[in-house]
Design a protein around this ligand. Structure first.
Ligand code: NAI
Ligand code: MG
Length: 375
């Protein structure tokens, strides 16, 4: 029988990206060994500020060939604002990948994991477990617009929002499909049709239209302002939340923030319509990364939380179809966190990193999860 095998492009990037990547790769190796498949990691130094300082660009000219030869991209974090401006480093790497590979879905699970303290009070017995689905290619972040009469009293600045039927429909449909497969079967749409009177009513219209194909999914919509309040006041009531690029951006940071530290939050940039069998032709690989950035304030100290990186790897395994392995990685994260919390309270070895109010290290926490995955 032929063995299942996947080629993964590994781009650690800068700062703590370089620190959380090695333990995360060991966790994925452990899952592969246990569930009988192979992972070939191809590490690249580019998409980092270190590379930029040496070469004057973020990526080599043939970057696309390298990435398209892989089944998925595993990305750490990029950015070193002390040496390279963020708009150069981010636009020249992660944002280029998202655009060139048309990764039109940005997916972020938000779960309160036992052992992690939520900044929200009185959460006892009310689990938080929802996913934000953000449009990742168009909407409010368009380059259509400009500035005229610069420096005069008539100075005028315009930036247009772009909603295409293709762009709106594919993200809304993805969210419905996701909701349909989850037990709660509920979709919340972020809107602002009371204020943004052209594009947002259109968004609502498309959600209502596509919703007709999914009678089993309960749909609700809220204006973005009150929706933010609901995220804080009753996060346990959400299941799948879909939003445009701007609203999704806000919600996909607020969601993970409600479940504790940014250090554990993962995300996926997906092109779900790409087919892996097309590799080499029009194959657009998807990218998996932690939500956090390169954290220059703690880089080099060995105390970065590796869980965001590991959990992003878990999403990658799930995407590759290795469901059992993905499940095992998730269980390992949960069990190590729960045990670590107990140990900390009993004065034992502290595995929790400082962002989780502990004294642990990247290595210590990463190794504990790796061991747990090996079983
Ligand atoms: P950041 O996420 O790097 O850090 C924000 C705060 O969270 C810092 O106090 C940091 O110490 C803490 N933190 C982040 N990840 C952590 C972890 N795993 N464990 C423990 N603590 C953690 O965001 P910031 O400071 O705004 O940006 C730093 C650099 O990262 C900038 O150059 C920025 O452009 C870049 N960035 C890159 C992203 C990416 O690669 N996708 C995403 C966000 C920021
Ligand atoms: Mg954001």
């Amino acid at each position: 029988a032929s063995q299942r095998s996947y080629t993964i492009a590994v781009l650690p990037g800068d700062g703590i990206g370089l620190e959380v990547m090695p333990p995360a790769l060991r966790c994925l190796e452990a899952a592969a060994a246990r569930f009988g498949f192979q992972l070939e990691f191809r590490s690249y130094p580019w998409a980092s500020c270190t590379y930029y300082l040496e070469h004057g660009k973020m990526l080599p000219d043939d970057w696309k060939v390298h990435l398209q030869a892989c089944d998925a991209i595993y990305f750490g974090a990029v950015g070193d604002p002390a040496t390279v401006p963020d708009h150069v480093s981010l636009w020249g790497s992660i944002l280029t990948f998202r655009r060139e590979f048309d990764q039109y879905i940005n997916l972020r699970p938000c779960r309160l994991i036992p052992g992690v303290t939520s900044p929200l009070a009185n959460r006892e017995g009310k689990p938080i477990d929802f996913v934000t689905v953000r449009e990742n290619t168009e909407g409010e972040y368009s380059s259509i617009g400009g500035k005229i009469f610069e420096g005069t009293d008539r100075e005028t600045v315009i930036q247009n929002t772009v909603f295409t039927r293709t762009g709106v429909d594919r993200v809304v449909r993805y969210a419905f499909e996701l909701a349909r497969r989850r037990p709660a079967k509920k979709l919340t749409s972020a809107t602002k049709s009371n204020g943004i009177s052209i594009t947002m009513p259109y968004w609502d219209e498309r959600v209502a239209e596509i919703g007709k194909e999914y009678p089993e999914v309960t749909v609700e919509k809220y204006h973005i302002d009150i929706l933010c309040a609901h995220f804080v006041q009753r996060p346990h009531t959400f299941d799948v939340v879909v939003g445009s690029k701007l609203f999704g951006d806000i919600l996909s940071d607020l969601g993970p923030a409600c479940t504790g530290t940014i250090g554990i939050a993962p995300s996926a940039n997906l092109n779900p319509s790409a087919n892996r069998a097309d590799r080499g032709k029009e194959w657009f690989p998807s990218l998996f990364e932690p939500v956090h950035g390169s954290a220059p304030d703690i880089a080099g100290k060995g105390i970065a939380n590796p869980i965001g990186m590991i959990w992003a790897g878990q999403m990658m395994l799930d995407y590759l179809g290795e469901k059992d392995a993905a499940e095992a990685v998730m269980r390992a994260i949960e069990s190590v966190l729960a045990t670590a919390k107990d140990a900390q309270m009993q004065g034992g070895a502290d595995l929790l990193t400082p962002d989780m109010r502990g004294k642990g290290t990247t290595e210590g926490l990463g190794s504990a999860i790796e061991k747990e995955i090996r079983g």
